[in-house]
Structure formats: structure tokens, C-alpha cells
Design a protein around this ligand. Structure first.
Ligand code: 13P
Ligand code: ZN
Length: 272
């Protein structure tokens, strides 16, 4: 029997992860095992699940995160493919319980699938989100082609240069991602250094771009996190299509951008 059986909220959260995993594959952002997803599902957990025997002994997180002690997360499995997860989320990911020390976790179901190698980034950010009383529960790392291509240009890596350029490509980017795009200089995938640099920037930006690697986004749920990356990558695609037609795109004027900011007046998506 699956851990999802008779737990409709948990089942719905995992089904949404599977839906987004399918989109990541269809978009060409998820070659092989590329990308990872974690969702804080603690709100969907009942006493039976809390008392359920773990499938593994304690495994180290690699850092101490007191605010996630006792929490539960759905995590994509390391080395697992998004296209497989889309059809079989509980064979290509698992639910973990963080132990009271905040430094280790156990896998509770359905199978002992080892969580993603980017667990340090994901859990450090969940720890920050919980600590700050945020509504955000989902983290997404993916490899959107156009944004990664642009991150190979040093000029684009200067503070707020790429974010401003993308805002000016299509009004919705500014309307839906008014905090812009943070840039994390290249760090080894899966490293605590990458996690720390991500945490530093995700407080201030809608999406963070890992130089020559991918993006990291947070959201109220995984669909929300996906939308944020999709909005930016649409703008990046427009920019690159214009360049491939042989011209530098003009971009919206400052006045047009101010008007969008003024008229839309969307609540800032700051994670706290
Ligand atoms: P995992 O298969 O460990 O999730 O790694 C994929 C990835 O994109 C690493 O940055
Ligand atoms: Zn990656």
C-alpha cells in the first residue's frame, strides 16, 4: 500500500509534482536526471504517518537546520528522470522525515529512494522559509535552455543586468516577477557553497540563476515555482529569437515599464 492511500491532500501534492515534472521534460529543461523538486508536505501528515516506521536509518543532511526538525518533504530521487517521475512519482522520489536533531533524516515511503543531490540547497531554503513564517512550500531547480545559454555571457552576470533585460522583453515578466532575477556565480552542483549562495539571493529575487547550470525558484506550491521560471524563460526565448533574426531587440521603454509597474501593482512575491 502506498503512503498516499487515504491521504488525499498528500496525494494531490504529489500529483502536482508529477504534472510539473512532465512539463519540465516537455520543455526540454530536464535532460537525463536534470533538475530537482522538493515540497514541504508537513501539513498533509497525520498521526499514523508520524508514527510510521522508517525505511532507512538516519542519513546526514550535511548541515544543521533546526527549523525543519519534524517536517516532512517529498523529494525527487537523485539520478531519477523527470519524465519517469511524471508517470511514477513514488518510484522516482520519496517522502522524508527530518529528525529532531535537524541534522539528519529518514525515508518513510514508498521506497528507499535517495533524495536529490541538491538536498542542501533545498532544505536550507525550506529552513529559511519556515523560520521566516513564509507561505512558500515548494522548491524547484531546473535547466531552462535559454536562460542557461545567456548565463555564458559575462555581461549578463552583472547584478540585475539580465533581470532588467528580461523584464523589457514582454510586459508580463515585470508584472509577474517584479523582484527580478538573482545571479549565483558558478559553484559545484550539490555543494553547500551553492546552497549558501542561493539562500543569500532567494530572499531578494523571484528566481535565482545558477551560472552555466540552471535556475532555482520557490513558490506556494510547485506549480507556482514553475510559473516563475516559465515567465523568465519565455522572455529569454524572445530575446534569443530576436538575436537569431539578426537584430538586438529594442526592449520596452522605461516609461512603458513604469506604467506596467504602476497599473499592475501586484503584491510583491517576496518569500516572507
Ligand atoms: P539529482 O539527480 O541528484 O536531483 O541532480 C540533478 C541536478 O540537476 C543537479 O544539479
Ligand atoms: Zn542541475
Amino acid at each position: 500500500m502506498s503512503i498516499l492511500t487515504n491521504r488525499p491532500d498528500l496525494e494531490a501534492a504529489v500529483a502536482q509534482v508529477a504534472e510539473v515534472a512532465g512539463y519540465l521534460w516537455q520543455k526540454g529543461w530536464a535532460e537525463r536526471n536534470g533538475g530537482n523538486i522538493t515540497v514541504n508536505v508537513t501539513d498533509c501528515v497525520d498521526d499514523d504517518l508520524r508514527n510510521l516506521h522508517a525505511l532507512t536509518g538516519p542519513l546526514p543532511i550535511g548541515t544543521v537546520l533546526p527549523d525543519i526538525a519534524g517536517c516532512y518533504f517529498y523529494c525527487k530521487g537523485t539520478g531519477k528522470r523527470m519524465r519517469d517521475l511524471a508517470r511514477r512519482p513514488m518510484e522516482n522520489g520519496s517522502i522524508i522525515r527530518i529528525l529532531p536533531d535537524g541534522a539528519s533524516y529518514v525515508i518513510v515511503g514508498d521506497r528507499p529512494v535517495q533524495p536529490t543531490s541538491e538536498l542542501p540547497s533545498h532544505l536550507m531554503i525550506h529552513n529559511y522559509l519556515i523560520h521566516s513564517g513564509s507561505r512558500y512550500k515548494a522548491c524547484l531547480h531546473t535547466h531552462p535552455v535559454e536562460m542557461v545559454a545567456m548565463s555564458h555571457n559575462r555581461q549578463m552576470l552583472e547584478k540585475d543586468v539580465m533581470g532588467r533585460l528580461l523584464w523589457s522583453m514582454i510586459p508580463e515578466t515585470l508584472a509577474f516577477a517584479p523582484l527580478g532575477l538573482g545571479i549565483v556565480p558558478y559553484r559545484l552542483p550539490g555543494s553547500v557553497k551553492l546552497a549558501e549562495a542561493t539562500l543569500e539571493l532567494i530572499r531578494d529575487y523571484d528566481v535565482v540563476l545558477w551560472e552555466k547550470h540552471g535556475t532555482f525558484a520557490v513558490g506556494t506550491d510547485i506549480m507556482d515555482a514553475f510559473d516563475q521560471v516559465d515567465v523568465f524563460n519565455k522572455a529569454a526565448t524572445i530575446y534569443l529569437r530576436a538575436k537569431s533574426m539578426g537584430f538586438e531587440p529594442e526592449g520596452m521603454t522605461d516609461e512603458a515599464m513604469e506604467e506596467v509597474q504602476h497599473v499592475f501593482r501586484l503584491p510583491k512575491r517576496r518569500p516572507v
